[in-house]
Design a protein around this ligand. Structure first.
Ligand code: TYM
Length: 335
């Protein structure tokens, strides 16, 4: 007989509230979060503690955290069944993070490429938090015994570190943590800048034309795609060296579900102008339901606050079990 009470696998992922998320965040992460939220037991969060690694105005961080939570609540993540929360509201993350620091080697943390990149970008503020960032991310994941972590390609190395820390801890103290698996979509795992298609589309890009924000109006989205950097071949095909067109084809494929072959056939003999407009239209349609929901939710501060409170309460309940187990195993006295 089929076991209908079989436990659902657990999924967790977070996003930093550094500014309005981009189409890269949406296609690399949110779209997979939405798909997984129907099938798994999910936790989705706003990584406000991670955002402290880069200096920002306190009032800005607070309002961006609320705005990011409102965006998550607008994504149709099935919040009745899943947990949506803010990282700093759940103290177990930071507590586990300290313990995991003591099971992470300086050498392995030093190899993180994102630390090296961010140290160059923020050369005037290379703080210890920036270095320790992946250990807090490991705590986020391990404290819930997560099975799958949907992320874009840029977070893969951090996930490998989380797996290594979990494996090392389990080796010393016996089975304690579930070893998490990354979930990286086949398409959309690395959406590139519209102005420099050899670098990742990023929330922190200073050129506003380089990235599409999830709250951009349809007009702005159209303009940004129209000014996207392409090449001089004037032929819509996926090929090496055609980074701009490859990126636009990837975005179009993610939004429409069409294969590259079909896209090439549909746009055979047509110019880049037509193709750029079609990509922009597809993105506008993809984002429309989320944008409409967001416009409604952002006005309802009481709902946002209440969602944060109830998310934190549920997340705390789940995570405390792991933290207690770990504290006991490492020898912390639980008087
Ligand atoms: P963050 O805030 O930089 O990005 C959130 C998610 O979006 C993905 N992403 C992209 N995917 C495709 N193309 C792009 N151009 C692109 N840019 C960003 C990221 O891979 C990520 O999945 N450290 C994490 C936040 C975090 C976290 C966690 C994630 C904290 N704790 C625990 C998973 C599990 C970060 O900075 O993501």
């Amino acid at each position: 007989m089929e076991n209908t009470t079989e436990k659902k696998k657990r999924v967790l992922s977070l996003i930093q509230p550094t500014s309005v998320p981009t189409l890269g965040n949406y296609l690399g992460a949110f779209k997979n979060w939405k798909a997984m939220s129907r099938e798994y037991d999910c936790l989705f969060g706003v990584a406000d503690l991670h955002a402290l690694t880069v200096r920002s105005e306190p009032a800005t961080l607070r309002s961006q955290t609320q705005q990011m939570l409102a965006i998550l609540l607008s994504l149709d993540l099935n919040p009745e069944e899943n947990i949506v929360f803010v990282q700093s509201h759940v103290h177990t993350h930071s507590e586990l993070s300290w313990i995991l620091n003591c099971y992470t080697q300086f050498g392995e943390a030093s190899r993180m490429t994102q630390f090296k990149d961010k140290s160059c970008k923020h050369a005037d503020n290379i703080n210890v938090g920036l270095f320790d960032y992946p250990v807090l991310m490991a705590a986020d994941i391990l404290v819930y015994q997560s099975d799958f972590v949907p992320i874009g390609a840029d977070q893969k190395q951090h996930l490998e570190l989380a797996r290594n820390i979990a494996d090392r801890f389990n080796g010393v103290y016996g089975p304690t943590f579930t070893i998490p698996e990354p979930f990286i979509g086949k398409q959309g795992a690395r959406i590139m800048s519209l102005q420099d298609p050899t670098s990742k589309m990023s929330k922190s890009d200073t050129n506003p034309k380089a990235s599409v924000s999830l709250l951009d109006t349809p007009d702005v989205i159209m303009k940004k795609f129209k000014s996207a950097v392409t090449d001089s071949e004037a032929c819509v095909r996926y090929a090496e060296g055609k980074d701009g067109i490859n990126n636009l084809m990837t975005i179009y494929a993610c939004c429409t579900g069409l294969s590259f072959e079909r896209i090439e056939a549909d746009f055979a003999g047509k110019g880049y102008g037509d193709f750029k407009s079609a990509v922009a239209e597809a993105v506008i349609e993809e984002l429309r339901p989320m944008q409409e929901e967001y416009a409604r939710i952002i006005k309802d501060k009481a709902y946002i606050t209440e969602s944060a409170r109830s998310g934190a309460e549920k997340a705390l309940y789940l995570s405390q079990k792991t933290l207690r187990k770990v504290q006991k195993k490492v020898g912390l006295w639980q008087a």
